[in-house]
Design a protein around this ligand. Structure first.
Ligand SMILES: [Zn+2]
Ligand SMILES: [Zn+2]
Length: 397
């Protein structure tokens, strides 16, 4: 039976050690494993059969014998992991795997992202992968799925994380861009090349000026377009000869964070730069980024979003995978739920295809209150920790 004190010790007591013996998902060294179906979910070590929630590099890795993912996410997944043996499912389409019935449901995180629903002997578990609840024109909206046990991410599982409505963020990006263009200055927006970049492209006012993308973003744009997502016309920075570089003065240029401080930026002459990320909620992260503007825009659920998503599942047991694990487990226990944690290798969407080769970068995982990994810098974890104790963790909006 459950030991109530286990709820307070997610790191010391993995959920598998105090769960019922019929657990549909357990933690193994290779990843989250479903014994009844003999498959893994987003495994971090090579396995026979992997069910992939989405194509971010900490969830989708090379080396598995067989892959199962959504049909909508296949383009992106194959662009990241060419040559894999991939079977796809439509959202909601059931598949018998071993003794289980598996289906994939929209997670609202990035194109093709899915929650994995597993049904076995009358019991239902859902593994969330990464998710958000806000509307996003580039992917299907999050679908609440009823279950007995919900395995959730908790990337932004702290009360300081509350997102503004996305449209107000895009309005801010538009005014920043419009203002720069009126002064003949390029607008360089750094954001992650898979997911965030396309969401920005689909949401800004393309009438303000021309839009260009860094070479690392273009393959993802293509995969999104191939999947039917509408993006505005986007030029390739590399395709503009030096004599025509005046075109950049009115332009929005979307680039991965790895391009910051690189010689690649020289061609733009005078420019204003900005960074779009949920981490921009933290003053320290913004300061260290050293950009002119920080736009708080995340593809993960904020604190209220996590809470409402968890409630909507009706689950009596919730297991936290990554992010701010300890505060989330504590909150869950306070709600009277069985709460636990899986120790995983998932980082967050900051570890990703910023540039060729970056895909293989190992995802660091920090469990506990600072579950933060990133290219922003290890200091972000410190910021998150500090933010817990700060009432004024941020500038006023
Ligand atoms: Zn993740
Ligand atoms: Zn992700």
């Amino acid at each position: 039976m459950e030991q109530p004190q286990d709820h307070r010790q997610p790191d010391a007591q993995p959920a598998t050690q105090h769960g019922a013996r019929s657990d549909l998902v357990v933690a193994r060294p290779e990843g989250l494993y479903c014994p009844a179906g003999d498959f893994y979910i987003d495994p971090w070590r090579p396995v026979e059969r992997a069910v992939i929630t989405h194509a971010h590099s900490d969830h989708a890795r090379f080396g598995h014998r067989r892959y199962l993912a959504t049909r909508g996410g296949a383009n992106v997944l194959l662009s990241r992991l060419p040559g894999i043996a991939l079977q796809t499912l439509d959202y909601g389409e059931p598949l018998a795997i071993g003794a289980t019935r598996v289906s994939l449901h929209p997670a609202g995180h990035v194109l093709g992202s899915a929650q994995v629903r597993i049904e076995h002997a009358g019991e239902v578990w859902v593994a969330s992968g990464d998710y958000k609840l806000e509307a996003d024109p580039t992917c299907a909206p999050f679908e609440p799925v009823r279950c007995d046990t919900f395995i959730t991410e908790s990337t932004f599982g702290l009360p300081i994380y509350r997102w503004d409505p996305p449209q107000s963020v895009f309005d801010s990006i538009d005014s920043w861009w419009r203002h720069n263009a009126s002064e003949g200055r390029a607008s360089v927006l750094f954001c992650y090349s898979f997911g965030k970049a396309q969401r920005v492209l689909a949401s800004v006012d393309a009438g303000i000026g021309p839009i260009f993308c860094h070479g690392a973003v273009e393959p993802l744009n293509r995969a999104y377009r191939d999947a039917g997502v509408r993006l505005p016309p986007v030029g390739a920075v590399a395709g503009i000869p030096v004599k025509d570089k005046a075109v950049f003065k009115q332009a929005l240029i979307v680039a991965p964070p790895s391009a910051q401080n690189s010689a690649w930026l020289k061609r733009f002459g005078t420019y204003s730069d900005a960074f779009a990320s949920g981490w921009m909620r933290l003053r320290g992260a913004r300061r260290r980024r050293g950009v002119d503007r920080g736009f708080v825009l995340s593809d993960h659920a904020d604190w209220p979003g996590l809470q409402s998503a968890i409630r909507a599942t009706g689950a009596e047991r919730v297991i936290v995978t990554h992010g701010s694990v300890e505060p989330m487990v504590r909150w869950l226990a306070e709600q009277g739920l069985q709460a636990g944690a899986f120790d995983t290798q998932y980082g967050d969407d900051t570890v990703e295809a910023d540039a060729a080769g970056a895909d293989e970068a190992p995802a660091t995982n920090v469990t506990g209150v600072t579950g933060v990994t990133d290219v922003i810098g290890a200091s972000v974890a410190t910021d998150a920790t500090r933010a817990i104790n700060e009432t004024d963790a941020d500038d006023p909006p």
